[in-house]
Design a protein around this ligand. Structure first.
Ligand code: FCB
Length: 477
């Protein structure tokens, strides 16, 4: 990559907001970027990597927009040095990466695959050399296909395999990596993967989806216990995608709908993890599709293993109203067919994903967490960002909407901290435009534009803004 645009950022006027916002952040606040293995690495057939459920799914006709796949993605597997250099130029404290399970254990079990291990080892060294702290997510959705063939997350054994894998990764990188996130967004793995079929492995089965949710959290807890047993000084957490949920009106049926929505999007995950219990209405809501017999004695003690931090991904709020179920027969209903709708409102600003923008939702979510869980561990926002209709004009990408989004959410976070929530940091999603799952490459979330034909990286205006923010924060610390 010798294209000048890949290494230098165009000179832009300073943004007063970056300095002002930096001054609002709590002392010691960490700023980073987040990415995930399948969305960026490519090289799916290299270095002995096994197949994951996303390889299978993305090659299934009709599963991903325009038939796009992560086969090449951002080619980060080969270009990681250039990408770490971009992070260094950005000045971030930390990088939240994920390791691909099938690169390390091609079939999801057994001895580590050396070439895969070497790749992550080199990446970690490169980061440390650049003064960037690696925060490693163990599972960002790329389950080895062999484990799916054996039943996937609806099967209890997958949780045990995950804990073994976690220890394998810790043995490999634990001399240099001390901060671990077990799972990314188990809601998406369980509900989109096994409930609606929108994500890999594309299954639509409410009962299996709920079993998957449980086994994901069980795997999380087993992994935390095993890893903490090996290294007491490590920091262990999980990343949940959560929504501030409110009823669209004061009508009783809308408030009841909001409660059902809250159970699926938040409580099904926060209760087992933070309170060691299941939401009280879960059994009733899904009584026609499961008896929850997958929950065994002692499981909830494991799912609620002590955490050093809670990772939260926030993109949009849920404003809920009651609607008729899509399927009248409860036994045939999809897991998310709860008689709820989250309509867009007339004055909503909407992203390219169709998601409404509401920065204050992040403050409300943080306050809800603190009020609901008195023993809440410190929080890290592990993803937040927006897709924009970015275009390259005269060798530059101007993305004021992204700057406004990140700025607004950081300010909301500063208010949450002011209100007493212990928020330790913020990782924006994302550094590079990348493979946005079922939406393919058309949804650009990066601070850096990627030309997927040439792989040229071009920092956007938001990159300069974020760099100023990080520099100003460092200056004000
Ligand atoms: C989250 C995912 C992440 C990315 C963003 C936009 O749900 O964790 O990989 O796709 O959404």
């Amino acid at each position: 990559m010798n294209d000048a645009a890949t290494t230098t950022t165009r000179q832009r006027p300073e943004h007063a907001s970056a300095r002002e916002t930096a001054a609002l952040l709590p002392a010691g606040f960490e700023l980073g970027v987040a990415m995930a293995s399948y969305q960026i690495e490519g090289a799916v057939h290299e270095g002995g990597r096994g197949r994951s459920i996303w390889d299978t799914f993305s090659h299934t006709p009709g599963a991903v927009a325009r038939g796009e796949t992560g086969d090449v993605a951002c080619d980060h597997y080969h270009r990681y040095r250039e990408d770490v250099a971009l992070m260094a130029e950005l000045g971030v404290d930390a990088y939240r990466l994920s390791v691909a399970w099938p690169r390390l254990q091609p079939d999801g079990t057994g001895p580590v695959n050396r070439a895969g291990a070497d790749f992550y080892s080199r990446l970690v060294d490169e980061l440390l050399g650049a003064g960037i702290t690696p925060v490693v997510t163990l599972y960002h959705w790329d389950l080895p296909q062999a484990l799916e063939d054996a039943g996937g997350w609806p099967v209890r054994d997958t949780a045990l395999r995950f804990a073994d894998y976690a220890v394998t990764v810790q043995e490999l990188l634990g001399d240099r990596v001390h901060r671990w996130i077990t799972l990314n967004e188990p809601y998406c793995s369980a509900v989109l993967g096994y409930g609606t079929g929108r994500h890999a492995p594309g299954v639509r089965d409410a009962g299996r989806s709920l079993a998957a949710a449980h086994h994901l959290l069980l795997g999380h807890g087993l992994a935390v216990e095993a890893m903490r047993g090996r290294d007491r000084d490590g920091d262990y957490g999980i990343t949940l995608n959560l929504e501030p949920v409110s009823a669209l009106t004061d009508r009783e049926e809308d408030r009841a709908a909001a409660r059902r929505s809250l159970t699926l999007s938040n409580l099904l995950f926060t209760e087992p993890v933070l309170a060691g219990t299941y939401p009280e209405d879960a059994r009733r809501l899904w009584s026609a599709v499961t008896d929850f017999s997958f929950v065994r004695d002692g499981d909830l003690e494991t799912t609620s293993a002590e955490l050093d931090f809670l990772g939260v991904n926030y993109y949009f709020p849920a404003r809920v109203r009651a609607v008729p179920h899509r399927e009248p027969d409860p036994a045939l209903r999809a897991v998310d067919d709860l008689g709820v709708a989250t309509p867009l409102l007339a004055d909503d600003e909407v992203t390219e994903m169709g998601w409404p923008v509401e920065a204050d939702g992040l403050r409300r979510l943080m306050v809800w967490l603190r009020e609901t869980y008195p023993a809440l561990p410190p929080v890290l926002v592990t993803e937040n960002g927006r897709a924009c209709a970015d275009v390259v004009v005269d060798g530059a990408v101007d993305d004021p909407e992204r700057i406004g989004y990140i700025d607004g959410h950081l300010r909301a976070l500063a208010q949450a901290a002011e209100a007493g929530v212990e928020v330790r940091g913020y990782f924006t999603w994302t550094l590079l435009d990348n493979f946005e799952w079922a939406e393919g490459y058309a949804r650009r979330f990066g601070l850096v534009h990627v030309d997927f034909e040439t792989q040229a990286r071009l920092p956007k205006a938001s990159f300069s803004w974020y760099r100023e923010l990080v520099a100003a924060r460092a200056g004000s610390a």
